[in-house]
Design a protein around this ligand. Structure first.
Ligand code: SF4
Ligand code: ZN
Ligand code: ZN
Length: 310
């Protein structure tokens, strides 16, 4: 396989684009494409301050690397969840994230969940559900809450996450199986700011997972290989597997599934649902916007878990 641009040895083949590239041209192509998507979906401009949520994984670190190279004002936010799982998951991902930032002279904010709330994520899961459920629901709540709080307190215009096409297609697949209109309406490369919630963007949403892995590897980014120990058995992984089977037989299926969805949404397929979106009001506990009648779900979790001893 030869690079389409220079005829040199290709390191990656992307059948859905009928494109093979060498290392040098691939490392240039991916940021160029990212820039194109940032503009196409009007994610942010160079005048705006971007907060990148970094987990220490290949996607978020690559995103930060790309935005930095493209000349955007991008700082990082690492949320220390306190997850060990026998592989020292949080400690190791924090170490790699801090190393990445230090080597490039980038600004990284670190929020320690235990210091903020008195408990780690697994401890909160234990306190609220007696460990019956995986901590992912609690973890998602805390991450959303902290990302929005830091973005608001420190004056960032936009929050960027490293979700790739495989992530987005899996979520879309799940929401489509359930015909979850409200979720479908809110899925996309950009979630506009509303009622005190920062604008959220996913600049990598059109890249396959393998493309991001190749970028991180070729760029020499040191990232944590282990997945969070709690991700094992997640439904989203099962959906990813199914979609990979479709993709194997028909290259481009995943991308078409996602892009055709965006087109249908743009054409108003889910439009009437937007009118029933609930209004947001500030939570009496933390002041962040919520559509719940009283306290927001984050504050309710804190309330529920506060008194139990772990
Ligand atoms: Fe949090 Fe679950 Fe993701 Fe682990 S797999 S980081 S617990 S949401
Ligand atoms: Zn080339
Ligand atoms: Zn609240």
């Amino acid at each position: 396989m030869r690079c389409r641009k220079c005829g040199g040895k290709a390191v990656i083949n992307m059948p859905q684009h009928r494109l093979a590239l060498c290392k040098e041209h691939y490392l240039a192509w991916l940021p160029e494409q990212t820039e194109r998507f940032i503009k196409k979906y009007r994610m942010f401009t160079r005048a705006e301050k971007v907060l990148v949520a970094v987990s220490g994984g290949k996607d978020s670190l690559s995103l930060w690397d790309i935005l930095h190279r493209l000349g955007y004002q991008a700082d990082g936010l690492y949320i220390a969840l306190g997850i060990d799982g026998g592989v020292n998951y949080s400690a190791e991902s924090q170490r790699l994230t801090e190393k990445f930032a230090a080597e490039r002279g980038l600004t990284l904010h670190v929020v320690d969940v235990r210091a903020e709330t008195g408990k780690t994520i697994p401890e909160w899961a234990e306190a609220t559900w007696r460990g019956r459920e995986k901590p992912c629901a609690v973890c998602g709540l805390v991450k959303r809450h902290e990302m929005n709080r830091i973005a608001r307190d420190l004056g960032y215009d936009v929050l960027a996450t490293g979700h790739n096409l495989d992530d987005e297609a899996a979520v879309l697949f799940g929401n489509t199986l359930a015909w979850a209109g409200e979720y479908l309406l809110r899925q996309g490369p950009v979630l506009e700011e509303r009622g005190g919630l920062a604008r959220k963007v996913k600049p990598l949403c059109r890249f396959y997972e393998r493309e991001m892995a190749a970028y991180a590897l070729l760029r020499g980014i040191e990232y944590i290989y282990e997945e969070c120990p709690f991700s094992a058995g997640a439904t989203s992984l099962y959906y990813k597997e199914l979609l990979n089977r479709l993709e194997n037989d028909r290259p481009g299926t995943k991308l078409a599934f996602y892009l055709n969805f965006l087109e249908a949404r743009r054409a108003g397929l889910f439009a009437e649902r937007s009118e029933v979106q609930q209004a947001l009001h500030p939570c009496p506990g933390c002041g962040q916007p919520t559509s719940a009648p009283g306290l927001c779900s984050y504050c309710r979790m804190i309330e529920k878990g506060r008194d139990s001893q772990v």
